[in-house]
Structure formats: C-alpha cells, structure tokens
Design a protein around this ligand. Structure first.
Ligand code: SF4
Ligand code: SF4
Length: 292
C-alpha cells in the first residue's frame, strides 16, 4: 500500500517518482548489503532511464538479436498483463561499489571473493528491486512486468541467448552503449548490474545521444584503448570482439574452483570491467587512462 503523499507525488511527476523510488530502494534496502564485507553496500547510486515501448528499436532487436527476443508488448502478454498502447520500459544501472572494484583491480586471473559475493547477492538484490518497481507501479494502477524476474524469462545455459536483454533495453533508454568486451558502458562505467520493468505508465523517453551503439568504447570508435584485451586472462577479447565460448569456459573454471570456498552459486569474472578506462565512466578516446 502507498501513502497518500506518495500517491500525490506520483500523480504530480510520475517519472521523477519512479526515479526517486529506485534510488531510495538502493540506498535503504538491507538486501543491498554484503554481510561478509562489513555490511557495506553492494551498489552505489543508480542511473535511471526510460524507453518508449513503441520505440522501433525493439522491433529491430528481433533482427539483430533474434526472433526469440520479446518486444515490450510481448513481455506484457507473456506476463499475463494487458499489452497496452503507450508502454514504457523503466531501466536502471547499478554501479558496483568502489571498494569492490578497487579489490578486483588487483586480481589477474580469477575474481576476488568480494566480486563473487557482489555477483551473487547483488543479483538477488536486483531481483528484489525489479519486483519492487513492478509492484509499486501496479499499486499506482499501471500494469507492469519485470521480464527477467518473470517465469517466462529464459537464458540459454551458455548465456548466449535470452528472450529479454536488459543491456539492450538500457541502450534504448539512452543509458550508454556497448563496449568491445560486450559489456555496457554507462556514464558511471561498465562495472555495474542492470535491470528493467515494462509498464503501461507512459513516461518521457530519455534521449539517446550516442552516435552509434558502441560510441562509449574508444577502441571501436578510433582504435585507442583496447585495455580489456590485455586484462582478460582467457584471451576472450580481441580486435574482433568478445569470444563468448572462451569467456564461458573461463567462468566455468572460476565456478568450479571457487564456489565452495566463496560459498556462492554464481561468481562471474569481471576482470575486463576493472582496471580499464571504462571502469568508472565512459572514457574519452585517446586520453583514456585505466583506474589503478
Ligand atoms: S577497456 Fe577500452 S576497449 Fe575495452 S570495452 Fe572498455 S573502453 Fe572499450
Ligand atoms: S568476463 Fe573474464 S573471461 Fe570473460 S571476457 Fe571478461 S575478463 Fe575475459
């Protein structure tokens, strides 16, 4: 249940209310905490953007990603909610805590324990945020579905394919672009987790100001940087891009070696997201320097 004040604020400025709700949840949720690391926050202040559900880009994703990738309308149908005419996609990027990134910078082959906990518990928090945002919007009278937290969501075991890509939703919502390593470079960097909710609430789309879908990666734009190639311990990144098979095999090794010790069911790797110029922000071409 929402208070009368919350409802009033929402009616006055729904877009700002959604942004405030997400920021407050990140700041206050006890789930956004790392028990094993001094109860410090997993994620810092988020970025939030909105895409129009009718953006032609979502239709193009059927060609770029594959027919299996759902449009916002299909997300609503699959979630058992009315498809609606003026759908929006609420998107957020959760920057990983600076201390976690600093620790990961020192690693050369395998991710740190703190990175592993961030990947595992951070995604549990992110799921809670997805459900909270969809629940708040439903409370306000707008049909809403969090695709990645829904029963119809699937991702192939190799992680090559899924029926909803949150990074592509973030691109549509103007929050950043892709990088050489397949990560998503936002104004607060590439080391982040992201989330999305499709809703019948009409919100003003965040402008996409990028020249291309890889504009935040200087290697792709002018041949500079390329630091993630040196950083990757498994040779998964080259001038040709990201070799998903090699990367997947390295992550499998990481999991087998560390999941008992770290006591988590997912660990990730993330070395190519730290000690690189795009770690904390979108780098500026040939002047880019890595965080050390
Ligand atoms: S490290 Fe450099 S080349 Fe790699 S994704 Fe980041 S900006 Fe692009
Ligand atoms: S996640 Fe790890 S293995 Fe995969 S590309 Fe990045 S550094 Fe390489």
């Amino acid at each position: 249940m929402r208070t009368e004040t919350e409802r009033h604020q929402f009616q006055n400025d729904p877009g700002q209310s959604v942004i405030d709700f997400i920021k407050r949840f990140v700041a206050e949720s006890p789930l956004n905490r790392l028990d094993a690391f001094g109860n410090n926050a997993i994620f810092e202040d988020p970025l939030v953007g909105f895409a129009s559900g009718g953006d032609p880009l979502f239709g193009e994703y059927k060609k770029i990603i594959g027919e299996h990738h759902l449009t916002p309308q299909e997300v609503m149908e699959n979630g058992g909610r009315p498809p609606g005419r003026n759908l929006s996609v609420v998107c957020w990027a959760l920057p990983i805590a600076t201390d976690t990134k600093k620790g990961e910078r020192r690693e050369k082959t395998y991710p740190s324990r703190r990175w592993g906990h961030t990947r595992f518990y951070g995604e549990q928090f992110n799921d809670a945020l997805r459900n909270a945002v969809a629940g708040m919007l439903e409370d306000m009278g707008y049909a809403s579905v969090a695709p990645v937290a829904s029963k119809f969501y699937w991702m192939s075991a190799s992680k090559y394919a899924a029926n909803w890509s949150e990074r592509h939703a973030l691109y549509a919502a103007g929050l950043g672009t892709f990088g050489l390593n397949d990560g998503f470079i936002t104004a607060k960097g590439i080391a982040m987790r992201c989330g999305s909710v499709v809703t019948s609430l009409e919100l003003p789309p965040t402008p996409r100001t990028f020249k291309s879908h890889m504009a935040n990666c200087p290697y792709v734009m002018d041949g500079s940087c390329g630091r993630c190639m040196e950083r990757c311990p498994s040779g998964s990144i080259s001038a040709q891009g990201h070799d998903k098979t090699k990367c997947f095999n390295h992550m499998k090794t990481v999991y087998e070696k560390f999941h008992e010790d770290y006591q988590v069911q997912i660990i990730g790797c993330g070395l190519c997201q730290t000690r690189v110029p795009c770690e904390m922000a979108a780098p500026k071409g040939k002047t880019a320097t890595a965080q050390v």
